[in-house]
Design a protein around this ligand. Structure first.
Ligand code: BG6
Length: 512
């Protein structure tokens, strides 16, 4: 279905600036699954400058030809539907602009070679003197690569020519290490050159939260403590830890999902209207609201957060192993694969409104959603309906796998007696707008190439997020879990997570 034209307005259509993009970690999974397909989609949509080239940098011994083959395979597999062949012209254009640099990221000599290659590649392709570095490496390389780029003179901007760096997550391991990394990279780069990525912000529906709230006049007046009872933010996955055991053992669900993805959803849902959509105006408001979230005390951590780890169970009718039997996971692992927490925001808009956040692997259903539960009507006039049978209004923003918005309200059930039922008004993104190939990285790469940092995290936002998480990490470290595994794969998480809401007289909305 094509996009109804009367609905299209504005939108970003400017192609990225002419630049050389250098991906560190170019033979890794992220490059193959997301970055190369996203670049292809941008090229196909004519949103990559004609004067563009890509240098893949990695430790593996590979020729430029072998790297090009890697690119073609990645595009065939991840950018297009199985049945669809990639556009031959776009692919050939791309292949001609693709280079590979092998080396050790800790070796200064590698950067001098890379610098020479950059000059050669930009000269050969008539590219402006702009460089876009993408750090798709293990996090322990982030500081090192930026320091080396600085030493080799590859990070200094002159005139209108830019140097920008995208840094993947995780940004730090805790508050201290995030601060340290910020301090380290700021010795080389200005804040405006740094793009800390959170791929959730590349999702259409996440961006749509801002549009929904601030481009419509009917929701904002009720978007506050007078009308909203509580909010639930869920990021549930059915997959397990897959091949990422060694990373996940040190991260756990809390670090992996909460200070980044869930706090993005929380801040976009709760921020005040920004004065404009300029990057700093939006990020100021997001940071402000994160700073207004109550920092949990040790008692809060015990009573308002819960953690879990999956044992064996059944997903989609298939038996699956428990977390402790996954590859590269310790057989007595204490790492959490589920977390739920209750957060409160101390400001005029949100005082006393609980925000319940939860995320976990191997849960019953894959869904990422934000449910806004409104208060009950002040007075119930309908005698035949017991007040506790009346459902309240609920607005759910579905982010994935279904993308849409649903509003639940009461309606009269047809018939001679007055009976109330609950109905839903649904908007489905795909039904309305059709679907376009999208890895979620296109918009973010393009924004970096046009210098728009709105959808990237600023240093103070990252630190504000870690400030809220640090007390939880501290208490959990001091009190290792004793009951792991405590939920079966394929369930909705540990019993304690249900109790967290039951204590407040509420329950999780599990697809209801
Ligand atoms: C990543 C986490 O950042 O996000 C993964 O490291 C998680 O553990 C993933 O599975 C979820 O992303 P998405 O886009 O599939 O919801």
């Amino acid at each position: 279905m094509s996009t109804p034209t009367h609905l299209v307005s504005g939108g970003q259509s400017r192609a990225g600036d002419s630049c050389v993009m250098i991906i560190f970690g170019a033979t890794g999974d992220l490059t193959r699954r997301k970055l190369l397909p996203a670049l292809y989609n941008l090229a196909k949509a004519k949103l990559l400058s004609r004067k563009f080239a890509l240098i893949g940098a990695a430790f593996d011994q590979l020729s430029s030809e072998a790297f090009r083959e890697h690119l073609v395979e990645a595009i065939r597999t991840y950018a297009t539907d199985e049945a669809e062949e990639p556009d031959a012209e776009v692919l050939a254009w791309f292949e001609r602009r693709m280079y590979y640099a092998q080396g050790d990221f800790r070796d200064p000599e590698f950067y001098w070679r890379l610098k020479e290659l950059c000059t050669e590649v930009s000269g050969k392709n008539g590219i402006e003197d702009n460089y876009f570095y993408y750090l798709a490496t293990a996090p322990n390389f982030f500081g090192e690569i930026i320091r080396q780029l600085g030493q080799a003179g590859m990070a200094t901007e002159e005139g209108d020519h830019w140097r920008r760096v995208i840094i993947e997550k995780p940004f730090g391991h805790d508050l201290e290490s995030a601060k340290q990394l910020n301090a380290e990279i700021k010795q080389v780069l200005r804040e405006r050159q740094i793009y800390r990525i959170d791929h959730y912000l590349g999702k259409e529906t996440v961006q749509n939260i801002l549009v929904f709230r601030f481009a419509n006049s009917i929701f904002e007046p009720i978007w506050n403590r007078r009308y909203i009872d509580h909010v639930q933010i869920t990021a549930a996955e059915t997959v397990g830890v897959e091949q990422r055991g060694s990373y996940y053992e040190n991260a756990g669900a809390l670090r992996d999902m909460v200070p980044n993805h869930l706090f993005q959803l929380l801040s976009l849902t709760t921020m005040e209207p920004p004065v404009s959509f300029a990057a700093n105006a939006v990020r100021d408001e997001q940071t402000k609201v994160l700073r207004a979230v109550q920092i949990p005390t040790p008692e809060d951590v015990l009573s308002k957060t819960t953690r879990g780890q999956y044992g064996e169970g059944v997903i989609d009718g298939e038996p699956v192993p428990g977390y402790r039997s996954e590859p590269n996971v310790a057989s007595d692992s204490k790492t959490e694969t589920f977390v739920a927490m209750r957060m409160m925001i101390d400001n005029w808009r949100w005082a006393d409104v609980p925000f319940y956040l939860r995320t976990g692997k191997r849960l019953a259903r894959r869904t990422t959603e934000i449910a806004i539960q409104f208060r009950r009507a002040p007075l119930v006039l309908f005698r035949n309906t017991a007040i506790d049978q009346l459902r309240t209004n609920r607005l759910v923003i579905y982010l994935q796998p279904n993308e849409g918005i649903s509003l639940q309200f009461g309606a009269k059930v047809p018939g001679p007696v007055m009976k109330l039922g609950t109905v839903k008004m649904d908007f489905d993104y795909e039904d309305y707008f059709g679907s376009t190939p999208n890895t979620g990285y296109e918009r973010l790469l393009l924004d970096c190439m046009t210098g728009d940092a709105t959808l990237f995290q600023r240093a103070d936002m990252v630190e504000a997020g870690w400030c809220l998480i640090q007390p939880v990490l501290d208490v959990w470290k001091a009190l290792p879990p004793r009951s792991f595994p405590n939920y079966a794969a394929g369930s909705w998480g540990p019993r304690e997570a249900d109790e967290l809401l039951e204590r407040d007289g509420r329950h999780w909305i599990n697809g209801g």
